[in-house]
Design a protein around this ligand. Structure first.
Ligand code: SF4
Length: 354
């Protein structure tokens, strides 16, 4: 950290930051949907929790709904990355001409755990945020067998749950928040079953690990992400807990505090990170506005190279369209349109849709 000189001297960029593999997959899948179908394409819930991403797709004619009954019969439907209640998935299939479930595979894993433990007669203690779409979708897998808790006091208030109790969690919780409640659950139910590997996702954990190293080095931290993004709020909280006095969460560059001359009203060394739903273009705009006199450096804590391919039925559809187009044009079949999917960042796909 530095003595303030009235200007932003340096920006330290957290790495990893921004889009995770699940968000990458969901955004590119919706991009494929927009390209493959005549509009409107419908999406159940925000595809990811970021206003810029949602606005971009709305401008392309995607209609976001919170009730499947609002989708006209026969229209293509995408289900969001947060995971969807089984009854809603069934309703979408009955209604939609083509349904793509862009649920993150890590959320699917928790759905499987809930289903299998409930079938084995367990009662599940699920650590999750009240009303969060992932928590709502996961609990709907076995509502009769699940108790949601968020705080230690919630665990203490649980009734006797019998002999077979399992502990599962929302993927995007902060490790600190999860650990305290998990510890209370172990104390209350000493024989509690837990998965071999915690449900907390690598992307959330990696972004938080970067924050723990970043915060003590900075005069202020800027966290880019939306207020309804659970992992963004966890980053904001962690920045404060890690010893940084000034922590700002911004949706975009427009939320940065400004002086009368238009420059950013921050000083010294500024740490910048982004939640898992925030596109890299927002990071670039924030850095440009901070305009550091001594440039930008990157603080990398881990390499992240996870990749989730598009949902299978979407891959099959795109391959079929691709084969048909090749055949119609008289050319040889191509290697498949999604072959290069891994090499195209969702930020680029998103930017190309402008
Ligand atoms: S934050 Fe984790 S669980 Fe959520 S979409 Fe990204 S990778 Fe999947």
């Amino acid at each position: 950290m530095s003595e303030s000189s009235g200007t932003v001297e340096r920006v330290i960029l957290a790495e990893p930051r921004g889009f995770c593999a699940g968000v990458e997959m969901a955004i590119k899948a919706l991009t494929w949907m927009v390209r493959s179908f005549e509009g409107p394409v419908f999406c159940y819930h925000e595809i990811v929790h970021n206003r810029v991403v949602v606005d971009r797709f709305e401008a392309l004619g995607v209609v976001f709904v919170d009730d499947i009954d609002d989708v006209p019969e026969g229209r293509p439907i995408m289900l969001s990355a947060h995971g969807t209640a089984p009854a809603v998935v069934d309703a979408a299939r009955r209604r939609g001409s083509f349904v793509v479930d862009a649920v993150c595979p890590l959320v699917t894993k928790v759905h499987h755990e809930v289903r299998s433990r409930a079938e084995k007669g367990y009662t599940i203690v699920y650590i999750g945020h009240d009303g969060h779409e992932e928590a709502v979708g996961t609990m709907a897998v076995a509502p009769e067998a699940i108790h949601r808790v968020e705080h230690v006091a919630d665990v203490e208030a649980l009734p006797d749950l019998g002999e077979h109790v399992a502990l599962l969690a929302q993927t995007t919780l902060s490790h600190r928040d999860w650990a305290a409640v998990a510890e209370a659950a172990h104390a209350r139910f000493p024989e509690i079953w837990t998965p071999g590997r915690s449900d907390l996702c690598f992307a959330t954990t990696n972004r938080q690990a970067a924050m723990v190293e970043l915060a003590p080095r900075c005069d202020a931290i800027v966290v880019i992400g939306s207020a309804n993004s659970s992992n963004t709020l966890a980053l904001e909280r962690l920045a404060r807990e890690s010893g940084c006095a000034t922590v700002l969460r911004v949706n975009s560059v427009d939320d940065l505090p400004r002086r009368a001359d238009g420059s950013a009203d921050l000083m010294g060394t500024i740490g910048v990170t982004a939640g898992a739903s925030a596109p890299e273009e927002l990071v670039a705009e924030v850095i440009a506005a901070l305009n550091p006199t001594n440039g930008t450096e990157t603080l990398r804590v881990v390499d992240e190279d996870e990749y989730f391919p598009p949902p299978r039925n979407l891959r099959d559809l795109i391959a079929a369209v691709d084969r048909f187009a090749s055949f119609g044009l008289g050319g040889p079949p191509t290697r498949g349109a999604t072959t290069g999917d891994r090499d195209v960042p969702a930020s680029d796909a998103l930017a190309a849709l402008r």
